[in-house]
Design a protein around this ligand. Structure first.
Ligand code: DAH
Length: 347
């Protein structure tokens, strides 16, 4: 026969457990106190066991234990559930929404100088040229003499120089790298470009700067002729300025090339008809080049009977000025944010 009191307590406890609020640990603790602590009614029933016969004691003892275990199990389950609910709620609250757009940041722009330099280098690297460098403080030997410009040669006047001592100067062009590379390759074919800074004792104005930059090109191999030079420069300039531009080679003079050429492209403004931009000629000069002079080959260890080659020199700022219609070369160096922002990449 089941004990009424125990059943009553158990029923009440299960009722109470049903009314628990979700995630409320405090209520669970209260019920634990109410039903399972030493002072709980159920526990008090244990004290009455002593007065009973062994038979009754055993039955009632078992009943109390069962009721207590049941209540404990139910409360444990509720507690576990509540703890999980709390954790879930906390995780939900602290969730980072990675789908939110990133905070705005201010983007810089590459100086047009570097835009153009990178483009030129990329075009020649695509054609298989190797990129090399040379010193900016250069020996007179490499800057002039090995390029067929001996001491007292009038061509030196074209390049007002900044000398450090009698035999050392800030290089006036990137051409000394030609002599340095020929020395290094000891008569082997080569195909190089050299971007770098150059210096001249110019007064700075809208089109001149005492420091500027060039990209030198040099190719030496067997059977190289001026057609190769023209094809190379045409490919280069059309990639850089657009396929609709025509190129023109004009005879010129450089001591280290023979024949020498000045290379023009059709004017962007008039397309070759002649306008103010091109002073009515239809063309704009972009670079100098030519076939490597036999003296230069010989002086630098190449047999001109076997080898021939071409060379060219491009002014980087000049290309930037032409390409972007920049009105004053000095803007390239002034770091004016209003100027630079115009070269921001569009998203
Ligand atoms: N070094 C020349 C200058 O600064 C440019 C130049 C012309 C370079 C002809 C060359 C060349 O390699 O073949 O004016």
């Amino acid at each position: 026969m089941a004990n009424n009191k125990v059943q009553e307590i158990l029923t009440q406890a299960l009722e109470d457990i049903k009314t628990l609020h979700k995630g409320n640990i405090e209520e669970i603790v209260n019920l634990r106190n109410k039903y399972l602590s030493k002072k709980a009614e159920l526990m008090a029933l244990f004290a009455t066991l002593g007065k009973l016969s062994p038979e009754e004691r055993k039955t009632l003892g078992q009943e109390i234990n069962e009721a207590r275990n049941r209540i404990q199990l139910e409360l444990d389950a509720k507690q576990k559930e509540a703890q999980e609910d709390l954790l879930k709620e906390k995780l939900e609250k602290e969730r980072i929404d990675i789908s939110l757009p990133a905070r705005n940041y201010s983007k810089g722009a590459l100086n047009p100088f570097y835009i153009v330099k990178n483009q030129i280098v990329d075009i020649f690297v695509d054609m298989g040229y190797e990129v090399v460098e040379g010193p900016e403080v250069e020996k007179d030997l490499y800057n002039f003499e090995l390029l067929n410009i001996p001491k007292d040669h009038p061509a030196r006047d074209m390049q007002d120089s900044l000398y450090i001592d009698e035999n050392t100067l800030l290089r006036t062009h990137t051409s000394p790298v030609q002599a340095r590379q020929m020395e290094l390759r000891k008569g082997q074919p080569l195909k190089i470009i050299c971007p770098g800074k150059t210096y001249r004792r110019d007064d700075d104005d809208m089109t001149h700067s005492h420091q500027f930059a060039q990209i030198e090109g040099l190719l030496i191999d067997k059977n190289i002729n001026i057609g190769n030079l023209k094809a190379t420069l045409e490919l280069f300039l059309k990639k850089l300025f657009g396929q609709n531009r025509e190129i023109r080679l004009r005879p010129s003079f450089f001591p280290f090339t023979e024949p020498s050429v000045e290379v023009d492209i059709t004017c962007a403004s008039c397309g070759g008809k002649g306008c103010n931009m091109c002073k009515g000629t239809g063309y704009i000069e972009v670079l100098g080049g030519g076939m490597v002079h036999p003296n230069v080959l010989k002086m630098n260890g190449y047999d001109p009977e076997i080898y021939s080659g071409f060379a060219f020199g491009v002014g980087i700022e000049r290309i930037a000025v032409l390409k972007y219609g920049i009105d004053d070369i000095r803007r390239i160096y002034q770091n004016d944010i209003r100027f630079l922002n115009q070269f921001k990449k569009k998203d």
